[in-house]
Design a protein around this ligand. Structure first.
Ligand code: NAG
Ligand code: NAG
Ligand code: NAG
Ligand code: NAG
Length: 428
């Protein structure tokens, strides 16, 4: 096929997909402060700078929507927020509540969240939160905590079920960037996490049962120089970004696959989950290059029916590919393109009611210090697809997610009980 033919093919927007509608739209993100004095004080001290607060991820549970605000610049008081999943009184720019509390947003306190870029909610209502451990802004780089995973229970007063700090050889304290996460119910529960570390990028695998982790590295996870620079809405973006978007084939698929792409890349890759689970040092024979996209991609998402959704940044477009029925090279299709509404499709989510959501945030403006808070900058757009996310079967039910009591949870007390005995043996 000639290149122009491919282009003509891809620009044909598939009409069977219901158009996206704007549901939320913010010029700037503000919060439900404990009091108006708190807000004024934060503004005065530079702890809240409206133009520096942007959203990357939205996830849904029951009637709530959870949003992440990475601390890339200073003046971001809340890194994990919450609001109603439906606009109340037609307010499309709601103020966000700090989630779970204001105390959990405190910079420099390693019990609190430092920089949350993404999270995932499993079918039981447990939220798996990625905390990179340090803001990437200069002023606040003194906060220095370990990159970690925190699991809390939305169905039980947001109780923290587990906190796992990644060891240095898995996620480096100085350079790690925990970017995105997908969950797998098999083998005691696994999480696959993209670490967009500037020097040591890779996919981190976390085992819930064993409460341990490792990192898989491969050249396909690194930024490609041909894709480092591009234009969005006449603004240049020049930034090498390693492995970023990640998706997992649906629960009903046998031989489940992870799909991924560095942001600075035109290629989509896949790897079977067994290769990741087995902590192989060389995964070369399992990595599949699936084909070329027309542009760079940030977040991705998979439906319960095996449809992969991804953004095309330089095209202001959202594309899809039915992974079950066609090869990527001929099966990818643009489903929506709008030079304003789909400027920088950052991430995607499905809710319980069969809606498919996309966060668009015009990130090129933020990266170039050009956010104009008198214009809409951040949007949540929605389309009806009548399917759920990859954690569900096609019939809408979900496989059981493993319990947290099994495995590592009871080993610790046993070890603790045995320690004095071991100590005595050694001393003798
Ligand atoms: C850190 O945050 C936790 C959770 O909010 C809180 O319990 C603890 O007292 C804080 N520590 C300090 C030193 O402020
Ligand atoms: C899991 O590992 C972390 C290490 O970061 C440890 O602090 C925690 O207690 C462990 N949890 C369980 C349930 O074993
Ligand atoms: C994974 O493999 C690496 C390299 O072989 C090794 O250093 C590490 O200990 C392994 N991790 C686990 C949890 O098995
Ligand atoms: C839904 O599909 C799964 C997997 O194919 C199957 O195990 C389950 O029994 C089905 N449930 C219903 C209610 O049909």
């Amino acid at each position: 096929m000639k290149p122009w033919m491919l282009l003509a093919f891809l620009t044909t927007i598939v009409l069977c997909h219901e158009p996206f509608q704007v549901i939320f739209e913010w010029k700037l993100i503000d919060f439900e402060w404990p009091s108006e004095e708190d807000r004024q004080y934060a503004v005065m001290r530079g702890d809240y700078k409206p133009a520096n607060n942007f959203i990357t991820t939205a996830k849904f549970w029951k009637d709530k929507m959870y949003l992440t605000l990475p601390r890339w610049k200073d003046g971001v008081p809340v890194t994990l927020g919450m609001t109603s999943a439906k606009p109340i009184n037609s307010i499309t720019a709601p103020k966000l509540e700090a989630f779970p509390t204001w105390d959990m947003q405190k910079l420099g306190n390693c019990t609190a969240f430092q920089l949350v870029h993404s999270m995932e909610i499993d079918v039981k209502g447990h939220m798996w939160i990625l905390d990179t451990g340090r803001p990437t802004s200069l002023r606040e780089s003194k906060a220095d905590c370990s990159p970690r995973l925190v699991i809390l229970d939305l169905e039980d007063n947001n109780k923290i079920l587990r906190t796992y700090e990644f060891p240095e050889h898995v996620a480096r304290r100085k350079t790690a960037y925990l970017n995105d996460i997908v969950l797998d119910h098999e083998d005691g529960g696994m999480a696959y996490i993209t670490d967009t570390d500037t020097t040591d990028p890779g996919i981190i695998v976390y085992s819930l049962r064993d409460n341990n982790s490792w990192k898989i590295r491969h050249d396909s996870m690194r930024a490609k120089s041909e894709a480092v620079g591009f234009m969005v809405a006449k603004t240049h973006v020049i930034n090498p970004v390693h492995v970023d978007g990640i998706a997992l084939s649906p629960a009903s698929s046998s031989n489940r696959q992870i799909y991924y792409s560095p942001l600075s890349s035109f290629h989509l890759y896949s790897i079977p989950v067994f290769a990741l689970k087995n902590n192989m040092t060389n995964i070369d024979q399992y990595v599949k290059e699936l084909g070329r996209k027309t542009s760079q991609t940030d977040g991705m998402a998979m439906s319960s029916t095996g449809v992969l959704y991804f953004g095309l940044l330089a095209d202001d477009a959202i594309a899809m590919w039915d992974t079950k029925n066609t090869p990527f090279t001929v099966g990818q299709r643009i489903i929506s393109r709008d030079h304003v509404l789909t400027q920088w499709p950052d991430s995607f989510a499905f809710d319980e009611d069969g809606n498919f959501w996309c966060v668009t945030n015009m990130l090129q403006n933020f990266l170039n210090n050009r956010v104009d808070i008198n214009m809409p900058n951040y949007r949540l757009i929605r389309s009806r697809v009548n399917v759920k996310n990859y954690q569900y079967y096609e019939n809408g039910t979900a496989p059981e997610f493993p319990d947290y009591i099994a495995g590592a949870d009871f080993i610790t007390p046993i070890l603790a009980a045995l320690l004095p005995t071991i100590f005595i043996l050694i001393v003798k």
